[in-house]
Design a protein around this ligand. Structure first.
Ligand SMILES: NC(=O)C1=CN([C@@H]2O[C@H](COP(=O)(O)OP(=O)(O)OC[C@H]3O[C@@H](n4cnc5c(N)ncnc54)[C@H](O)[C@@H]3O)[C@@H](O)[C@H]2O)[C@@H](O)CC1
Ligand SMILES: Nc1ncnc2c1ncn2[C@@H]1O[C@H](COP(=O)(O)OP(=O)(O)OP(=O)(O)O)[C@@H](O)[C@H]1O
Ligand SMILES: [Mg+2]
Length: 321
């Protein structure tokens, strides 16, 4: 029997979005890092990182490969871009020992910054290069060591599906699979097919089997579970399915999760789960922005149009003053 209940996403957005306060200094509204961006994909990490800023985070970093960095920098001077990740082709002539040194260097470059981040987004446009994914596995372990929450999306989910221990039992991990990514996750972890009749129950079992991580299953309705409760967000969005909307979502979850954590750590009476709140808020806002962008642009609506509507949509719910 399913016990999925529709979340009141607007109330959650009002609850977790901090007021703009002149006493606050740079950084207090959130420092986010996206781990992603390779030769093929530069749009995805940009969409995730810029969405975080547009919603209200103070700083947004991107850790990507050397080829991707100048491209991502050229999209926006607002992003702090670190060209540190390496793909196999750049080290193909290296010995085992030299490869180990490169991996240590890559992970060291991220470690220098790890403590300052409120949340990581791991995977948008990461690609599937084996050496790069090995380094990213180490970065995930490092984030767990530092207790930094992370959102796993895109190719990060490809990595995690094949090495579930990377996220198993980490309560600060959020997975945001699309239809294909969810199917692979269910097949690998539960050894069965997606059950469209019992979506909520299956999602809850999956999250439980991965030790209580939070999963946001994207689709016609977004479904969210941490293995205990199941929430849905079904606010009308947009009929356009252009690529990149999931990237907006992953960057948004990172910001709202950080804000929820801040809120809850300051209020002992609040017992809500910050990852669940972050997912509900992000899903609600993305859908509202997608709907607004669609009323303006109809069939030509693109991901950048939706990003352009994030501010107006949030303002509608939580006015800045
Ligand atoms: N503008 C951009 O840069 C965008 C990049 N994106 C990125 O694209 C990547 C894939 O995301 P999708 O949502 O398309 O993933 P899906 O898993 O939904 O689909 C990808 C398809 O391509 C195949 N595929 C991908 N990489 C492959 C590889 N190395 N070898 C063999 N087959 C491969 C998969 O099997 C699948 O059929 C992610 O990193 C994602 O973040 C998307 O977010 C869309 C926008
Ligand atoms: N059928 C649908 N109807 C309405 N909204 C949807 C539908 N499918 C997805 N969405 C919305 O679009 C958002 C992105 O989901 P989508 O499945 O496109 O992610 P994705 O494939 O990872 O995207 P990306 O191209 O960025 O990788 C979801 O949060 C959801 O709100
Ligand atoms: Mg995606």
């Amino acid at each position: 029997m399913s016990s999925t209940t529709e979340a009141d996403a607007e109330s959650v957005l009002r609850l977790v979005t901090p007021s703009l306060d002149l006493k606050r200094h740079k950084g207090q509204a959130g420092k986010i890092a996206v781990i992603g961006g390779c030769r093929e994909y530069t749009g995805a990490p940009y969409f995730a990182a810029i969405s975080a800023l547009k919603i209200g985070a103070d700083l947004s970093h991107v850790f990507c490969t050397k080829d991707a960095a100048p491209v991502i920098k050229s999209y926006s001077p607002e992003l702090i871009v670190h060209p540190v990740l390496e793909e196999s082709y750049t080290i193909s002539h290296f010995s085992e020992e030299e490869r180990r040194q490169v991996q240590e260097k890559v992970v060291g470059e991220v470690e220098k910054w790890m403590e300052i981040f409120d949340c990581l987004v791991i995977g948008p446009g990461l690609g599937r290069d084996p050496f790069l994914l090995e380094c990213v596995s180490e970065i995930m372990l490092l984030a767990r060591k530092f207790n930094v929450p992370f959102v796993v999306d895109g190719d990060g989910l490809f990595l995690v599906t094949n090495s579930i221990d990377l996220v198993n039992s980490y309560p600060l991990a959020v997975l945001t699979p699309n239809v294909n990514e969810y199917k692979r996750l269910v097949q690998k972890v539960m050894n069965c097919e997606v059950d469209e009749e019992n979506t909520g129950d299956q999602l809850r079992s999956l999250a439980k089997q991965i030790g209580g991580v939070t999963i946001l299953r994207k689709g016609k309705s977004d479904l969210i579970s941490n293995g205990e409760i199941v929430k849905s967000v079904s606010i009308y969005g947009s009929p356009r399915r252009c690529g990149g909307q999931g990237d907006i979502l992953s960057g948004s979850v990172a910001v709202f999760l950080s804000w929820s954590q801040q809120l809850i750590s300051g209020h002992e009476s609040l017992s809500e789960n910050p990852a669940i709140l972050g997912c509900i808020a992000a899903s609600g806002l993305l859908r509202k922005a997608a709907s607004l962008a669609f009323t303006k642009h109809k069939r030509s609506t693109l991901t950048s149009d939706i990003i352009g509507c994030l501010g107006e949509s949030l303002e509608d719910i939580c006015p800045a003053s």
